[in-house]
Design a protein around this ligand. Structure first.
Ligand code: S3P
Length: 171
């Protein structure tokens, strides 16, 4: 198996923030699948969904996973909330799940300083009811795929990244 850390979890749980803090503290490179897709397409996720639809976006996620499998090692990779659906996820590295209740995630997003922007850039989070349904559907799959589960509710970033580091041995 590859020596990457693959960070999965629901939208808005703080994967990007966690990944950047981890990379800085433990001196490794961090990649984000949404950023990789946006730069490959030279447009925002929101535009990709609007112009070409979700199915097309999922194809891009699979392409991204194939590229990681072929080309990326020793990196901390934060993934979009639906990236867990790619066929080769388990081949990409150690899967770490950030976990919290839906209500906690919703509160984190809606009380963030730039909450409007955070909600706006996520096409699947525009309706809280639909997002909650998605959360309920995905919860089980996230947990089945995870090698390590980190509950992040009410924990500070330093504690979270220390826990990830202690529970993984790859980077
Ligand atoms: C998605 C999550 C988003 C982004 C896209 C779809 C999902 O990433 O990939 O809007 O299906 O859960 P974040 O988890 O970083 O918000």
């Amino acid at each position: 198996m590859k020596n990457n850390i693959i960070l999965i979890g629901f939208m808005g749980i703080g994967k990007g923030t966690t990944a950047r803090a981890y990379a800085k503290k433990y001196k490794c490179f961090n990649l984000d699948t949404d950023d990789l897709i946006e730069s490959k397409e030279n447009r925002k996720i929101k535009e990709i969904f609007k112009e070409d639809g979700e199915i097309y976006f999922r194809k891009l996620e699979q392409e991204c996973a194939n590229w990681i499998e072929d080309s990326v090692t020793s990196s901390f990779i934060s993934c979009g909330g639906g990236f867990y659906k790619v066929k080769n996820l388990k081949k990409l590295g150690t899967i770490v799940l950030l976990d919290a209740s839906y209500n906690w995630i919703y509160k984190r997003l809606s009380t963030a300083e730039n909450s409007k922007a955070k909600l706006k850039k996520r096409p699947l989070f525009t309706e809280p009811k639909k997002a909650k349904k998605l959360y309920t559907e995905r919860e089980k799959f996230y947990k089945e795929l995870a090698d390590v589960i980190i509950n992040v509710e009410n924990k500070d970033l330093t504690t979270i990244i220390k826990e990830i580091h202690a529970k993984t041995t790859c980077i």
